[in-house]
Design a protein around this ligand. Structure first.
Ligand SMILES: CC(C)(COP(=O)(O)OP(=O)(O)OC[C@H]1O[C@@H](n2cnc3c(N)ncnc32)[C@H](O)[C@@H]1OP(=O)(O)O)[C@@H](O)C(=O)NCCC(=O)NCCS
Length: 316
């Protein structure tokens, strides 16, 4: 069966295949799949393939080059997505990527969690793909999940907004670049620095910031219906419905944690989204159910983190 580069994919066909093998809460459209694959600056054309028979797509796999943020694991090759209905096709796609990954010196293959990711890892309930990965030697190392709630009747838990006395919380503006660069460099120098500053450069108001003693000490990234560039939890906006919103990541500098500001910042951002008409709201890729549960969020989607260690070929 002929291999062709993934870049020649018909996205309409891929969306249909996606809908057949992944659960409904993970529905996508053509633009989203395009933006997470060939349109991403980290798209890896050497490890992205489509298998076809005649004009029809039988399956596809796409990878990304490792992230460029500080601390990114250069030895891990992330698979953005795998689409195939037949086990035989899936195995050929996985094998092709694995052979090339070993040749390129990668030590690990990881499902999801790539730069501009589609998902943190495999959506639970994708039984077919879980079976493909398991039989190809991948193992599930841990789980994470999204949480969701409708903001229609959200009210901040008692004391949370009050905990913000002494600090300022507001949406970022174009003038906050220097203060944000200093904050991210100090508090979250890895992926969140890159994702946060990129978002700020496009739409500064998507960042909610917490300022204490004239320094940024915390942030939350929010997205809402209509954003032209959904990332993270916003990827599932089709399932969230009209007037959706997404929050995350959220973080405070280490020195300021444990004072109640985390709950305060979250409450402020949720109330602000609510005032702008946001309804179903997602906070993605977390394990902090108790923290978000205090604000009425419930577990919504689960991810099974699959990866595979590769044999390392000693240099000749
Ligand atoms: C999560 C975070 C924003 C909370 O802010 P904070 O100011 O420390 O939180 P508060 O003082 O308002 O409240 C502390 C609560 O968070 C919980 N919490 C914070 N970090 C936690 C962690 N890693 N695991 C479990 N619980 C945690 C505490 O148990 C406490 O619980 P409570 O709701 O019963 O009071 C902050 O700890 C942080 O930036 N952590 C690192 C980044 C991160 O993990 N972000 C969330 C990713 S989903």
């Amino acid at each position: 069966m002929p291999w062709v580069p993934f870049a020649q994919i018909n996205y309409e066909e891929l969306v249909a295949l996606h809908g057949e093998i992944y659960p409904r809460p993970f529905r996508v459209d053509e633009r989203l799949l395009w933006s997470k694959t060939v349109a991403s600056p980290r798209y890896d054309p050497t490890n992205s393939w489509r298998m076809k028979s005649g004009g029809d797509t039988l399956g596809a796999i796409t990878c990304k080059q490792p992230g460029t943020w500080q601390g990114a694991a250069a030895h891990v090759l992330p698979i953005t997505g795998l689409w195939a209905q037949e086990p035989d096709i899936a195995h050929q796609l996985l094998e092709k990527v694995e052979e090339e990954a070993i040749r390129q010196g990668f030590a690990t293959l990881q499902f999801g969690g790539d730069a501009d990711h589609l998902w943190p890892s495999l959506p639970a309930g994708s039984d077919l793909v879980a079976e493909y990965l398991t039989s190809a030697g991948y193992t599930c190392t841990h789980e994470s999940y999204d949480v969701e709630r409708d903001l229609k009747d959200y009210a901040p838990p008692a004391g949370t907004i009050e905990s913000l006395q002494g600090c300022t919380v507001r949406r970022a503006t174009a003038a906050d670049g220097e203060a944000l660069a200093e904050f991210f460099g100090r508090a979250f120098p890895g992926r969140w620095r890159q994702d946060g500053l990129r978002r700020w450069a496009r739409t500064p108001q998507d960042l909610v910031i917490l300022i204490a003693e004239e320094k940024v000490e915390g942030f939350a990234l929010t997205q809402q219906a209509g954003t032209p560039n959904p990332i993270a939890g916003a990827n599932w906006h089709i399932d969230l419905g009209l007037d959706w919103a997404a929050l995350g990541p959220i973080g405070l500098s280490e020195a300021t944690r444990g004072r109640g500001w985390g709950h305060g910042l979250l409450a402020w951002a949720l109330q602000d989204l609510q005032q702008q008409g946001a309804r179903r709201t997602i906070i993605d890729w977390t394990v902090l159910l108790d923290f978000y549960g205090r604000h009425g969020f419930e577990r919504a989607r689960t991810y099974q983190h699959f990866s595979k260690s590769l044999p390392v070929i000693p240099p000749r």
